[in-house]
Design a protein around this ligand. Structure first.
Ligand code: ADP
Ligand code: GN1
Ligand code: MG
Length: 362
């Protein structure tokens, strides 16, 4: 297969022993270009993950890589005593120029990681145990970063979870109607506009800034094949200062519904209470010690907000002509928006019980 990039040439620029064998596109992320690269080392094929950083989304790739270096070094020191330490934290492979990244001839920034073997990611949750494990792992991730030494991390995407600004961007995109699609998304636009009042609730709650992951979707945690343990949190591009609740909210968004994010049969999309309970228990098992009472009180709400935020981001991108998220079919972003709004409705119906459950557990 002809690849979009000359990954073989890039791969040779990193400090990896042996002979380059192959490179294949990998994973189902919406942003970066990810490749599984194989090198033959002493007669054994060894896999690596290579990624081209999407510089349309991440405007400051060098600052982003500085964040990832600081965060992975800190986490590596924390897990050093544990068995299987190199499967518990992402390990960057240095480039031959001594940096943690490499620019190619086209100006793209690349990085390489050890491939975490005997573990995998899932695009949709399959059991309450998986939900528990994912939440425990993301909570542990936040906990290990509570003492990251200063300075403050770079904002790799400013205002990434500023929901009111996301809402304003939607309104501007509706008014511009650049792709002529406004007429194709009437009910979705109506739903979005009717929810404006929820957008500022987390920002107005005066919650502490922490080091957070900011993209805790279920397929950004690797689950161990043998034990099911949430063994490694991946996709570290958006690790930056944020609210703990953005992370919990995105777990609710991606881990409580049995349907994939782009499911077209909306009858399959729903907030499953037992999954939510597993998330709360898993997350609090590692995060309870550092969360404030105010943060705990807003756990259930955060799921609704982040699901809504993603819904309006997908809707905005659909209306703008699909310029941000990778799409694989016509109307893909609108399909994604619809699952998010369906899930918001499902959460709204159960929000009172969800809040009550958090009170009981927390
Ligand atoms: P994106 O930002 O595009 O979502 P990710 O960093 O999440 O990219 O990577 C895409 C997929 O590649 C992940 O869902 C995971 O399946 C796989 N992956 C990423 N890093 C590793 C790794 N170090 N080891 C094994 N698989 C990985
Ligand atoms: C993107 O990179 P990936 O696919 O894990 C996006 C998230 C969205 C998510 C929706 C940098 O995540 O914010 O919630 O898609 N990442 C960025 O699936 O915008
Ligand atoms: Mg990802």
């Amino acid at each position: 297969m002809k690849l979009k990039h000359d990954v073989a040439a890039v791969a040779r620029q990193f400090l990896i022993h042996g002979e380059f064998v192959s490179a294949e596109p990998y994973g189902s992320g919406h942003i970066n270009d990810t490749y599984c690269v194989v090198f033959q080392q002493a007669g054994v094929p060894v896999r690596y993950i290579f990624q081209r950083i999407n510089h349309n989304v991440f405007k400051t790739p060098v600052a982003l890589m500085e964040n990832i270096q600081r965060v992975t070094s800190h986490l590596t020191a924390k897990v050093a005593d544990q068995a299987d330490a190199t499967r518990r934290v992402m390990t960057l492979i240095p480039a031959r120029n001594g940096l943690a990244w490499r620019r190619d001839v086209e100006g793209n920034h690349w990085r390489a990681y050890l491939f975490i073997e005997k573990a995998r990611t899932f695009d949709a949750v399959e059991s309450v145990e998986q939900a528990f494990q994912a939440a425990q792992a993301f909570g542990q991730f936040q906990k290990m970063l509570t003492d990251l030494p200063s300075p403050r991390l770079h904002d790799t995407i400013p205002d990434f979870h500023h929901t009111p600004k996301r809402f304003a961007a939607l309104e501007a995109t509706i008014n511009a109607n650049a792709a002529g699609r406004v007429k194709l998304a009437g009910p979705e636009i109506e739903f979005a506009l009717a929810h404006k009042s929820i957008t500022s609730i987390l920002l107005d709650a005066n919650l502490p800034e922490r080091v957070t992951h900011n993209d805790t979707k279920f397929n950004n945690v690797m689950l161990d094949d043998a034990t099911g343990e949430g063994i490694c949190v991946i996709d570290l591009d958006t690790v930056m200062p944020g609210l703990a609740l953005y992370d919990f909210g995105d777990m609710v968004r991606t881990t409580t519904s049995p349907a994939k994010e782009d499911e077209r049969d909306l009858s399959k999309v729903r907030m499953q209470f037992p999954m939510f309970e597993a998330l709360v228990r898993g997350y609090l098992s590692t995060a309870s010690g550092f969360l404030t009472i105010a943060e705990k009180q807003l756990l259930a709400f955060s799921g609704k907000l982040i699901t809504f935020e993603n819904g309006i981001r997908f809707l905005t991108d659909y209306l703008a002509g699909d310029i941000y998220f990778k799409v694989h079919r016509v109307g893909h972003n609108l399909d994604r928006c619809r699952t998010q709004f369906k899930l918001v409705e499902s959460i709204e119906k159960q929000e009172a019980q969800m809040t009550k459950l958090v009170e009981q557990i927390g």
